[in-house]
Ligand binder design. Structure first.
Ligand SMILES: O=c1ccn([C@@H]2O[C@H](COP(=O)(O)O)[C@@H](O)[C@H]2O)c(=O)[nH]1
Length: 276
């Protein structure tokens, strides 16, 4: 079975370094002329699949926007994940799970086991119960060719109060997370399957990402204020492993399929120019 790291490497080689987030905000449904209900959600998701599934390397449905409609919203999330995957896009489900190991095993079964209707290619997780508590997710990913993206330096302004805090060993919380994940990916070719989340908004923080050897998801572009040209300062020598991620910046170009495609092409061009 191919690892997620290999599948990721291949997907960005073929389709380019880009992730588009699928975030059906109430305001976006309204802007698209849709009702803010399950029918509107379904139409929104179907349109994004039609526009982007055959061209973008990675798509990132934000689970919260589907969960807000209860079981029917989750049903639409299931079919959206399936449709994207069938069309060849890698699906990174943004669920930011994190719990004690025994519960983490159940989350891993929900999102990384091919027998589950919600199985994605990769998920986001939170390390604040300790990176070790995420081991069941790492194990499930390894067993099933899946990936896990661990929050390290998030794009929101509140993140640094926790992530830049310095622990007993003199390292920041974020650098501790970065170093533990680097160990897990060490020596894996072409790339490890455990990624990190590092916001494009954070600027030069002095954190060392050079040993990660895994994909680096960079949210915060577009609506949160960062531009592709900010990526170099954040990622330095690790730019080749960055996965720039845009949600609202692309989605506001809907509901026309052509408009969504043009917006994805535009941000892809920005990314290409910035990454060189
Ligand atoms: O540090 C993080 C981690 C995750 N996100 C998620 O990414 C998208 C961003 O949406 P935009 O519309 O491009 O701002 C959203 O789903 C967040 O939950 C993040 O922004 N920052």
């Amino acid at each position: 079975m191919e690892t997620f790291g290999k599948r990721f490497h291949e997907a960005v080689r073929k389709r380019g370094q880009l992730c588009v987030g699928v975030d059906p905000h109430a305001a976006l449904l309204t802007r698209w002329g849709l009702t803010d209900d399950v029918a509107g959600l379904e139409r929104f998701a179907r349109t994004v699949v039609e526009a982007l599934a055959d061209r973008v390397a990675v798509v990132k449905p934000q689970s919260a926007f589907f969960e807000r409609f209860g079981s029917r919203g989750i049903g639409i999330l299931e079919s959206t994940i399936r449709q994207f995957r069938e069309a060849g896009a890698l699906v990174l489900l943004d669920v930011k799970r994190g719990d004690i190991g025994s519960t983490m095993a159940a989350y891993a079964a929900a999102y990384l086991d091919p027998a589950s209707p919600l199985c994605a290619d990769a998920i986001t997780v939170s390390p604040y119960l300790g990176v070790g508590s995420l081991q069941p997710a790492f194990d499930a990913a390894a067993a099933n060719g899946g990936g896990v993206f661990v929050l390290a330096l998030t794009s929101n302004p509140e993140g640094p109060s926790v992530q830049h805090a310095v622990g007993a060993g003199g390292k920041t919380v974020a650098q501790t997370v970065i170093d533990e994940i680097s160990q897990l990916n060490k020596g894996v070719e072409p790339l490890g399957s455990i990624g990190l989340v590092v916001g494009a908004t954070i600027g030069r923080t002095g954190h060392d990402l050079s040993e990660v050897n895994g994909p680096l998801l960079a949210p915060g572009l577009g609506a949160q204020g960062a531009n592709a040209s900010d990526l170099r300062a954040v990622f330095g020598e690790s730019l080749h492993n960055v996965l720039p991620s845009y949600s609202r910046e692309v989605l506001t170009a809907g509901p026309s399929v052509a408009g969504l495609r043009a917006a994805a092409d535009r941000v892809q061009d920005d990314v290409r120019a910035a990454l060189g």
